[in-house]
Design a binder for this molecule. Structure first.
Ligand code: ZN
Ligand code: MN
Length: 491
């Protein structure tokens, strides 16, 4: 191993839940409205206003926590996290401190390309809290002012905190990809990173084994403001190298300096120091006196558990076991979402060949779909139509490359396989006719026959070309088979 350290990463993910209204008031959560038009006395924190919890937000959070294999607390309460910032008009954020509604879960990550072994990443906790507003600093536009938009203030956020079980930038990306997929399947968030529906902070440090057996741990740095999964990977790589260099210079270990927060600069590809992170005692948490605690019964949790369908990882396993497809193909399919899986399953069942169905869907259907910019629901060939086409290949009417031509024509014209075949005059060449053709070819090409007999099987390829010229409807694979068989019989 060339790298003299282990990277240790824990992720903190904030997910905006798909509710119509905010967490403690009835204001809408729609993205992109004119600034400060979606506010009310509650989310502005005006005196005398009282918050009431949004049941729907709690349900979505509960569904996620159960799917993340978390323990659900029978009793949970709300706490005020006090800090001052212009986009936080109340002067505190309603969050959950010592009694989060869920804790101790896990999410399994794996890599179809097997660059790391499948493993469970622990979830320390998942709690609900309200979002802050947005500060817009306009230095770039040549203005010195900052403006505040409070539309987002009070929107429901689910904060998910992982254990520091992640050991590489690649694993971090895999965790986020799997988490995002799960959230999409559960329909709890749109996970739109550009709109801030999914925000990631990464806690990173290094474990450096020393010759004397001691393992030096570098101070933990929290990287903020990472706005894509790719950026998370790059930020962790950068931070690991930076910490290793710093450690070689200073030998500073964990606990000797306060925790630092650094921001990721996506253009410069570096992290930059921001501030020393507050300790949780600086926030002066205390229970919110305006909100009643929430109780959850075992019965409720059971109901939620039953209502959750297959998770993406269960789905991948089912596709692999039931249809005999590779981990790679199941990953591609599941990443596409439920409609693509339905399409695949129908096709696989109709043609009774999972591998062939996976090849057609992942290579042909999805490629054409992406090129055309549509969805699987609007794809011009339904699964039953593609099954008809592949069935003709299985029946020996023509080979796969001919089928691809027909497929392209079906996509363009919206016609069925039968219609395209009839139009192009593609007819299955009768077996006896095909044999006769092969006999003629062999008689006319003694040199090729001799080459094949001398062990050069590839020489038969030339015969396929000649056969196609004589009759474009011949099945090349079958021509080759018959020719080799006839040559064999000549001995
Ligand atoms: Zn409001
Ligand atoms: Mn938070």
């Amino acid at each position: 191993m060339s790298i003299p350290y282990t990277i240790v990463v824990g992720l903190e993910v904030h997910v905006q839940l798909l509710t119509q209204s905010k967490l403690f008031c009835g204001c809408p959560t729609t993205f992109g409205a004119p600034p400060n038009t979606q506010v009310c006395p509650v989310c502005l924190g005006l005196p005398g206003s009282l918050p009431v919890m949004n049941r729907r937000a709690f349900e979505l959070a509960l569904r996620t926590a159960v799917a993340l294999n978390c323990e659900i607390a029978p009793f949970t309460k709300w706490d005020r996290k006090q800090y001052y910032y212009p986009d936080l008009p109340k002067g505190y954020q309603i969050s959950q401190y010592d009694l989060p509604f869920s804790f101790d879960g896990w999410l399994e990550i794996s890599d179809a390309k097997e660059r790391f072994e499948a493993k469970r990443i622990g979830i320390i906790r998942a709690h609900l809290e309200e979002d802050a507003g947005k500060s817009m600093h306009d230095e770039a536009a040549g203005r010195a002012d900052s403006r505040i938009d409070l539309n987002r203030t009070g929107s429901p956020l689910l904060e998910i905190v992982s254990q520091p079980d992640i050991r590489s930038p690649l694993e971090a990306k895999a965790f986020l990809t799997e988490l995002r997929l799960l959230l999409l399947y559960l329909e709890v968030s749109d996970c739109n990173m550009q709109e801030g529906s999914l925000r990631v902070d990464a806690n990173v440090n290094l474990h450096i084994p020393l010759p004397d057996g001691h393992i030096a741990k570098t101070p933990i740095v929290e990287i903020k403001n990472v706005n894509s999964f790719r950026a998370v990977e790059r930020a962790i790589s950068y931070e690991a190298e930076r910490q290793y260099q710093l450690w070689e210079e200073t030998r500073q270990e964990l606990g000797t300096v306060p925790k630092q927060t650094r921001g990721w600069d996506d253009e410069a590809n570096v992290t930059r120091g921001q501030r020393h992170k507050e300790e949780s005692s600086d926030y002066r948490y205390f229970p919110d006196p305006d909100l009643t605690p929430v109780t959850v019964t075992e019965e409720q949790v059971q109901k939620v558990r039953e209502a959750i369908g297959e998770t993406p990882s269960e789905l991948r396993r089912r596709l692999e076991v039931t249809h005999g497809i590779s981990a790679y193909d199941s990953e591609v399919l599941v990443n596409q979402g439920p409609a693509a899986i339905e399409y695949f399953v129908e096709l696989a069942e109709r043609i009774r060949d999972g591998k062939s169905a996976a090849n057609w869907v992942t290579q042909d259907v999805l490629r054409v779909m992406h090129d055309r910019g549509g969805t699987i629901e609007s794809f011009p060939i339904p699964a039953v139509g593609l099954a008809d086409l592949i069935g003709r290949v299985q029946g020996g009417d023509f080979d796969t490359s001919k089928a691809r031509e027909i497929f392209a024509e079906m996509v363009e014209s919206g016609k069925t396989a039968g219609e395209v075949v009839a139009e192009k005059g593609i007819v299955k060449v009768d077996e006896s006719e095909l044999r006769e053709l092969c006999r003629e070819l062999l008689a006319a090409n003694p040199k090729i026959v001799a080459d094949v007999q001398a062990g050069k099987q590839a020489a038969a390829g030339n015969l396929i070309g000649q056969a196609k010229k004589r009759n474009p409807n011949v099945n090349p694979g079958r021509v080759k088979e018959i020719c080799l068989e006839l040559i064999q019989a000549m001995r």
